[in-house]
Design a protein around this ligand. Structure first.
Ligand SMILES: O=C(O)CCC(=O)C(=O)O
Ligand SMILES: [Fe+2]
Length: 199
């Protein structure tokens, strides 16, 4: 199904697997274009240290259900899936052997867009969530750092068509981010499939 080598990232207290080329280039480009045009991109405002700013990227939430999802003081309400997202979900579910109710989309418009240090540890995700993250378009670095052991960190370049799976205790022990970059960078779409349950 995928040509390039699967890579288990050697991290303590984590289970993170990288599948470069999970989607062939041709499919990745087709998905990128369709999702860019079809998704209902929004820019929310987040409150950090009592100040509100526009989030440094656009997002959209899609799901099978109508359960809202809250993180960083934002509550998102999902739209129903559209065909390309369903096609991608089916391929990701076939690999992971689990069902994902929801997909959070991120659009990084250029190198100034980013996603700050966080763990995907909201209660709606349950304990030890499996997060399946698909990258389309421009390449961006993904950073990981251990919450307690500050010397433990890792970075990898997420290629178009790649799939990154985070599971097990990863979200308990590690934070991740997409940092800003000064390099000339095109648009990147990221899809994170999650299982979001009613509390
Ligand atoms: O853009 C990415 O690769 C990461 C996205 C992410 O961490 C998130 O949406 O929780
Ligand atoms: Fe995340």
């Amino acid at each position: 199904m995928y040509k390039k080598d699967t890579y288990q990232i050697p991290l303590k207290d984590a289970d993170v697997i990288y599948y470069p080329g999970f989607f062939p280039e041709k499919d990745a480009l087709r998905y990128y274009k369709a999702i860019l045009d079809t998704a209902r991109w929004q820019q929310d405002r987040i409150t950090l240290f009592g100040k509100t700013h526009p989030q440094p990227r656009l997002t959209a939430l899609y799901a099978d259900n109508s359960i809202p999802y809250s993180y960083s003081g934002i509550t998102m309400h999902p739209y129903p899936f559209f065909p390309e997202l369903l096609e991608i979900r089916q391929k990701v579910e076939a690999l992971c052997k689990i069902h994902f109710t929801s997909c959070l989309l991120n659009l990084y418009r250029n190198g100034k867009d980013s996603n700050g240090w966080h763990a995907d540890d909201e209660p709606e995700l349950g304990k030890n969530p499996v997060i399946a993250s698909v990258s389309l378009g421009a390449e961006r670095y993904f950073h990981l750092k251990h919450k307690k052991e500050k010397q433990l960190k890792h970075k990898l370049l997420l290629e178009s068509g790649s799939l990154l799976i985070m599971k097990g205790e990863t979200q308990h022990h590690w934070l991740h981010q997409i940092p800003k970059t000064m390099k000339e960078t095109g648009q990147r779409i990221n899809l994170t499939f999650r299982n979001i349950i009613a509390l």
